[in-house]
Write a protein that binds this ligand. Structure first.
Ligand SMILES: Nc1ncnc2c1ncn2[C@@H]1O[C@H](COP(=O)(O)OP(=O)(O)OP(=O)(O)O)[C@@H](O)[C@H]1O
Ligand SMILES: [Mg+2]
Length: 399
């Protein structure tokens, strides 16, 4: 799919294409896919924000049954496109982390439908889920990615068929990962066991290294387990492997158990009770259509909205506006002053003001800027009316 991208595309002769293909290592291919995905994500997420915003609002207006059906169809197409973009970004590992509390058992039950399609019929799938809720704090999309890779690895290890067992358990730990000696701390364990040939000590020693693969070129990148380890560690957990030649393989992931309530899985269809407010919000967004729909949603919820198309305009407004501004809602990536720079200068001007960042841009530069370590209010694009209204209220209510 990516061969020839940026290299002259169709004009390349067959000969030079083969050379190029040979020269592009798997890693470079991943990098290219990542660049491509990252490049389109910003614009594409803006487009989706417009679609989901308008259809979301329409769903709250009186519609005939026929119209409702059509608007629902557009809305769900928008959601499908959102999921697709996310998957592409996840694959290229440029997706932003969105940790939240969820039940690992519920996620596995949902995921099984897809996993069944991934494995062949000669592999028996056994699931044993813990009786008590297996609540963890992580990015559910990333955890899905980890389970998918472990499933594919097990499938590939059992070309002649076998059994793959997925199990969860909640266990007591003292001083386990993420539970530094807290009495009563518990861990959620996810184990995936296959009846494949197992691994040699040599393979075991390199398992989690990036680009380590025993698969043929084109069949594996060797990034699966390296990514999995990164994801699990980021979530305060650990991934380990037990394997012996001739005795199969078991991967164990342990994550700290969380006792908080589980956040709702998806936005409901009808946004009957969107959170409201009367505060003044400065909306900074360079895409006019996105600005318009976001402004409309917020105005409808009772807020007073000031608009700015870029950082400089926003700063002028902040200096001039005679009354309090309670929140700056700003895009992160904009031409000129970036959202982050703007926020710094804005907060110096008005110390009481809150900042909420919005972005559909998965660029590493943004990630490394330290904005998204979870401590700073952030809303992912595309947003639905409910998502926007909730996050704005939540940010305004931070003390
Ligand atoms: N269940 C397993 N049984 C036997 N060997 C395994 C198993 N899981 C992983 N391995 C070994 O570990 C290597 C690395 O796995 P990893 O998932 O990181 O990369 P990959 O599967 O080769 O490629 P990718 O996941 O990027 O497509 C595999 O190539 C394989 O040799
Ligand atoms: Mg793999």
């Amino acid at each position: 799919m990516i061969d020839g991208v940026g290299l002259g595309g169709r004009e390349q002769t067959a000969m030079s294409m083969t050379e190029i293909q040979r020269d592009l290592t798997q890693a470079q291919k991943m990098e290219l896919v990542g660049l491509l995905a990252g490049g389109i994500a910003h614009d594409f997420n803006n487009v989706l924000a417009i679609v989901l915003g308008h259809t979301g609002l329409l769903l709250n207006e009186p519609l005939s049954a026929r119209q409702l059906k059509r608007v629902e169809a557009i809305h769900s197409a928008g959601e499908r496109a959102t999921a697709l973009t996310r998957r592409l970004l996840l694959f290229s590992r440029r997706e932003m982390r969105q940790p939240r509390v969820f039940d690992l058992n519920a996620l596995i039950v949902e995921l099984m439908k897809m996993l069944h399609r991934l494995i062949r019929e000669d592999i028996e799938f056994v699931t044993r889920l813990s009786g008590e809720p297996a609540r963890v704090m992580a990015d559910p999309g990333q955890i899905e990615q980890v389970i998918i890779n472990l499933t594919i690895n097990a499938r590939d290890a059992m070309p002649g068929g076998g059994v793959l067992t997925i199990e969860t358990a909640v266990v007591d730990v003292a001083g386990g990962p993420g539970n530094p000696d807290t009495p009563g701390a518990r861990s959620v364990l996810l184990t995936m066991t296959d009846t494949g040939p197992g691994m040699t000590d040599d393979v075991k020693a390199h398992l989690f290294e990036a680009f380590f693969t025993t698969k043929a070129p084109g069949e594996g990148t060797g990034l699966g387990l390296a990514t999995a380890q990164g994801i699990v560690k980021q979530s305060g957990g650990e991934i380990t492997c037990e394997s012996e030649l001739g005795r199969g393989t078991t991967f164990t992931i342990s994550l700290p158990q969380v006792v908080d309530e589980v956040a709702p899985m998806a936005d409901p269809w009808v946004y009957s009770d969107l959170p409201r407010g009367t505060e003044t919000i400065l909306l900074v967004e360079d895409d006019g259509d996105v600005r318009e729909i976001a402004g409309e949603i917020l105005t409808q919820q009772g807020y007073r909205v000031l608009n700015a198309r870029d950082g400089d305009t926003a700063l002028q407004l902040l200096e001039r506006h005679p009354r309090p501004i309670h929140l700056v809602l700003t895009d992160v990536v904009m031409p000129g002053t970036s959202g982050r720079k703007l926020a710094e200068q804005a907060c110096a001007l008005r110390t009481e003001m809150k900042v909420l960042y919005v972005s559909g841009h998965p660029d590493d530069v943004v990630l490394h800027a330290g904005v998204f370590d979870g401590s700073v209010p952030f809303l992912r694009k595309p947003f639905t009316p409910l998502g926007l209204a909730r996050k704005v209220r939540e940010t305004l209510d931070l003390r």
